[in-house]
Design a protein around this ligand. Sequence first.
Ligand code: MLT
Length: 265
Amino acid sequence: MSQHTAANTLACLDRGHGPVVLLVHGFPLDHRMWEHQIDALAANHRVLAPDLCGFGDSNLPDGKVSMDCYAKALDALLTAKGVKEPVHLAGFSMGGYVALAFLRLFASRVGSLMLIDTKAAGDSEEAAQGRAKLAQKVLAEGSSVAAEAMVPKMFSDATLKDHDQATLVSQVRQMMEEQDPAAVAAALDAMAHRPDSTPCLAKIRIPTLVIVGEHDVITPPAEMKKVAGEIAGSKVVTIKGAGHLTTMEQPVAVNKAMKDFLGGK
Ligand code: MLT
């Protein structure tokens, strides 16, 4: 973890040399959800895998957070890292919501986009209310409550039932349980209040890859295909045998999709 240093900005793993790939994690996780992609991509790229505000080793700022607030912290991180050229931006789930906010705010910083198990639409009122209730419980009882709610939805049924995958499932549960409850509650609030990014999709003019797990119940393939349908020239890769957390559940297939997409970029 020597490269994973918390400076004034976000804590960020920084590995490899070449064009920058910025990996934005999901909820309630941190940069470790990209562990299989970091080494695979760092062979030809400089990989930046930050912890979003309050997650992992990053500090939670005072006051409310929002997708724009996460995006602004990523912009400050790129500045602190001396990155001037457009980056290849990959966002997983909540990280995809952040990626779309980043693209809206800092379009010139993005050269290509990878949207992984995410969506563009905002929350329904019912979903937003569910998040508010969960946030209250997390603040009262700790992040294990969020882990309890999320773990069953992160993987395919086959993975959840497979004894050989028990280590993976408990690794993810532990990562969730380790997150600061205040950061988890703040992210729930930020997701509940995020804007609908659907109108932004038709304006995307950069190469875009959409990756989705075949059995994703949080951001299902049909939803992701709708997202791709709005983005001119985008490509969809469906990951067989995976649920939501494709990057950890089927890393070989995800790495191949990302590397094929990045190609000589
Ligand atoms: C995530 O994986 O980041 C979350 O499932 C996103 C969400 O709850 O909308």
